[in-house]
Design a protein around this ligand. Structure first.
Ligand code: CDP
Ligand code: CDP
Length: 208
């Protein structure tokens, strides 16, 4: 079984993906971390984010087990990730890595922007998770503050909206709900409610 979860920044897709993986006994890959890891490496080495050849080289040497979620969560890394994510050749390299992960037994939950449309178009179940920009900015601000990072609601909201715009307008693999994805709007849901709704959607698809 492969479960594809897409949606904009801080919609709750990562949390849902992790919990669904636990629940159904699948592996989990947050594909955003692969873009963040490449961006972080370019930033750390003072390299331009538009240098595709170097970005591809970094991607070839990525070790999924070594990606540190806490370090990569930094706000500026998310922004840089969305800037390298427009590079078609880099995406090809990362998509290959993501597909290999997805196709390894017993199956997996992947979350990102193009899982249902590009990475795993034949996924058993596809979810597109959204929430209002205000709800997402509130969640992301609280999350960053709880990790001891600086965050201010107004600038988090502006950054999320700019990143969503870039992610949905780019020419290669833009963020988009797949035709056969189920929409889950979590604006008025806490994590537990959203998780129960997602389990129901996946169970129904599995039994169909
Ligand atoms: O992966 P994505 O960026 O879409 O979001 P996430 O990291 O799963 O969630 C961002 C933050 O919002 C986390 O701190 C979640 O606990 C929180 N959240 C929430 O409060 N209510 C929801 N329905 C979904 C997420
Ligand atoms: O956690 P959050 O939703 O804020 O971001 P993320 O999922 O870690 O993704 C960071 C950036 O990587 C996104 O803004 C996208 O530009 C890019 N990304 C992508 O292009 N395709 C994916 N499958 C996952 C992430």
């Amino acid at each position: 079984m492969i479960i594809a979860i897409d949606g904009p920044a801080a919609s709750g897709k990562g949390t849902l993906a992790r919990r669904l993986a636990d629940h159904f006994g699948l592996r989990h890959l947050d594909t955003g971390l692969t873009y963040r890891a490449v961006a972080a490496s370019l930033l750390a080495n003072g390299l331009p984010l538009g240098d595709e050849a170097v970005a591809i080289e970094v991607a070839r040497h990525l070790d999924l087990a070594q990606m540190d979620k806490t370090v990569l969560a930094a706000h500026e890394i998310g922004e840089a990730a969305s800037r390298v994510a427009v590079l078609g050749g880099l995406r090809e390299e990362l998509v290959n890595l993501q597909r290999r992960f997805a196709q390894t037994p017993p199956g997996a939950v992947l979350d990102g922007r193009d899982i249902g449309t590009v990475v795993c178009p034949d996924a058993s179940v596809k979810l597109f998770v959204t929430a209002s920009p205000e709800a997402r900015a509130r969640r992301r601000t609280e999350e960053l503050l709880s990790k001891g990072q600086e965050a201010n609601y107004a600038s988090v909201l502006a950054d999320l909206m700019r990143r969503d715009e870039r992610d949905s307008q780019r020419t290669v693999a833009p963020m988009k709900q797949a035709d056969d994805a189920v929409l889950l709007d979590t604006t008025e849901m806490d994590i537990e409610t959203a998780f129960q709704a997602a389990v129901e959607i996946v169970s129904r698809a599995r039994d169909a």
